[in-house]
Ligand binder design. Structure first.
Ligand code: OAD
Length: 238
């Protein structure tokens, strides 16, 4: 299918599900996780992104998230994020399921965003579960205390060994199963739950388009693999 056919297909779709990963933010200067320059090439996930690591050394873990908050805050949404925000203002019902925690989809103007892995700028009390938004101002060098119960706040992100929110997953599945198109952008699909969400949409008959400069585990299964950067391909598609 050529780009014109794909555009027509998107325009004619009632419901479009978008699954995004770190690759969509790489043109905003935010590192991905895997591959050259990826966070998991430099840092050990087990020291930084597990409940055990936070229990062992909360300040150390907090500082790593603080570093990420700092560069995500400075980053700007790119042409890929903006194209997806424009897609939402078309006639189709569009929902973005993102693995990213950087908030760039929302800053680009997308409203229907489901954050599967949480958000860097939100804290959650480790004792009472209270949510504290807006960790960007002021930036804190040590984990703050919960204003409600005095417990320690942790980043409200999904860590290794933790479960996805069951209600969010169920709602995601309901949307994906009814989608006419699933657009998979900038994810290696190495994490099984998000990859399964995309596969579920495909199994239920959604036409699948992958945007990625590299092949992934999903490439062999999608209807159309568009090889290229999200910031270049998405504006042409939308
Ligand atoms: P990865 O780092 O695993 O994969 C990034 C993907 O983006 C790769 O397939 C790249 O080829 C692609 N890519 C790079 N630049 C791109 C660009 N400009 N346009 C489009 N694609 C590009 O990141 P994710 O798949 O998001 O989870 O990783 C999934 C999860 O693994 C993350 O949410 C994180 C990590 O562990 C948690 O921390 C819970």
């Amino acid at each position: 299918m050529n780009m014109e056919d794909l555009k027509t297909k998107l325009a004619a779709s009632e419901r479009i599900a978008v699954l995004t990963g770190a690759g969509i933010s790489s043109e905003s200067g935010i590192p991905t996780f895997r591959g050259e320059g990826g966070l998991w090439e430099t840092f050990r996930a087990e020291d930084l992104a597990t409940p055990e690591a936070f229990a062992r050394d909360p300040a150390f873990v907090w500082r790593w998230y603080e570093m990420r908050r700092e560069y995500c805050q400075k980053a700007q949404p790119n042409a890929g994020h903006c194209a997806l925000a424009r897609l939402e203002s078309s006639a189709s019902e569009v929902r973005i399921f993102t693995q990213n925690v950087d908030g760039l989809h929302q800053r680009a103007g997308s409203a229907a965003v489901v954050e599967l892995h949480g958000n860097l700028f939100t804290g959650r009390c480790t004792v009472c579960g209270r949510i504290k938004k807006g960790l960007d101002s002021p930036l804190a060098q040590i984990p703050p205390w919960c204003p409600g119960c005095g417990g320690l706040l942790r980043p409200d992100v999904l860590w290794f060994g933790e479960h996805y929110d069951a209600a969010i997953l169920e709602e995601a599945l309901q949307f994906l199963r009814r989608s006419n198109v699933v657009l998979i952008v900038g994810t290696s699909a190495a994490v099984s739950v998000p990859a399964q969400l995309a596969q579920e949409a495909m199994q239920y008959g959604a036409f699948s388009i992958e945007v990625n400069p590299q092949e992934t585990m999903l490439s062999a299964w999608v209807d159309c693999h568009l090889s290229g950067n999200a910031g270049e391909v998405l504006p042409k598609l939308v």
